[in-house]
Ligand binder design. Structure first.
Ligand code: 16C
Length: 257
């Protein structure tokens, strides 16, 4: 094993991903670990403002601008019953089902398969009037993380999406799209209520706590008021639709721990 692989095994995953051989691996590993820590920080400090709430779902934002563009970080917490963190992350990562729950995407292409757990996506998003249409090019990495605080060994799963460049797919100024840059993570932890008398665990015994964090830079001019109105509508819509989708997909399937 190389030193990088050793570190990765000690620090995070149980198995060694083929992605460790890729030129992007140091960045993928660093950003994923950073995002995991960031997601696990509470919302009590750091100036988070609650902007949407629906049952156990809570969404917070911090209003921030960069070069006059709205780049408000978002953090959402939710509790979903009957599914595991592995299942949530599987459906968030998988390109096969992206278009079934993702309503902001017009076109999705996997431009590189780095490993089974690491893909590079090019997505063309729906246009928001009166701004130009946006696209996004990002790597997406999924991994299991041992939870050292959990004596029962219920692991945490994370999917991290982060913008990257690819010279075969440059940001084209004469094309119709402006490229956004994004850092997104979905972190999911499974809790099991142990059934009595050693009975088999069913979906009724499972709860999944999720944290979703996102920072999107629009990449070019877009009116701040439109942008804030769009994300206030789109993020709650996404989280409700996505979690309902995963519950529905999983209900008649064996539990994927
Ligand atoms: O995390 C989500 N999805 C992942 C898989 O697709 C991935 C995608 C991140 C979305 C990045 C947003 C790109 C901007 C698209 C323009 C918005 C189109 C809205 C169309 C409405 C009909 O990580 C779930 C994403 C959930 C929803 C995100 C909405 C964010 C809006 C932020 C505004 C961005 C600037 C737009 C400038 C016009």
């Amino acid at each position: 094993k190389t030193k990088q692989q050793q570190l990765s095994v000690i620090g995070t995953s149980k198995t060694i991903s083929k992605a460790t051989q890729h030129r992007l691996w140091p960045e993928i590993d660093r950003i994923s670990v950073e995002q995991l820590r960031y997601a696990r920080l509470g919302v009590g400090e750091g100036g988070w403002q609650l902007f949407a709430e629906d049952g156990e779902m809570k969404m917070y934002k911090r209003e921030e601008e960069s070069n006059g563009m709205v780049v408000d970080p978002l953090k959402a917490c939710h509790v979903v019953r009957g599914v595991t963190g592995h299942e949530m992350c599987h459906y968030f990562f998988s390109p096969d089902v992206r278009m079934e729950w993702e309503t902001t995407v017009e076109q999705m292409t996997v431009i590189e398969k780095i490993a089974d757990d690491t893909l590079v996506f090019l997505q063309v998003h729906k246009r928001i009037w009166p701004a130009s249409q946006r696209d996004a090019l990002f790597w997406s990495h999924m991994r299991q993380v041992p939870d050292h605080n959990d004596r029962d060994g219920h692991d945490i799963w994370i999917v991290c999406n982060h913008s990257t460049d690819n010279s075969d797919f440059p940001q084209s100024n004469n094309g119709k799209c402006v490229r956004v840059t994004l850092t997104v993570c979905l972190v999911c932890q499974t809790f099991i209520d142990p059934p009595k008398d050693g009975a088999k665990i069913t979906r009724d015994d499972i709860t999944c706590k999720i944290t979703y964090c996102s920072v999107v830079n629009p990449g070019g001019w877009a009116p701040a008021s439109v942008l804030r109105a769009v994300y206030k509508r789109e993020y709650p819509k996404f989280l409700k639709r996505f979690t309902a989708y995963v519950i529905d997909q999983c209900k008649d399937k064996p539990i994927m721990f």
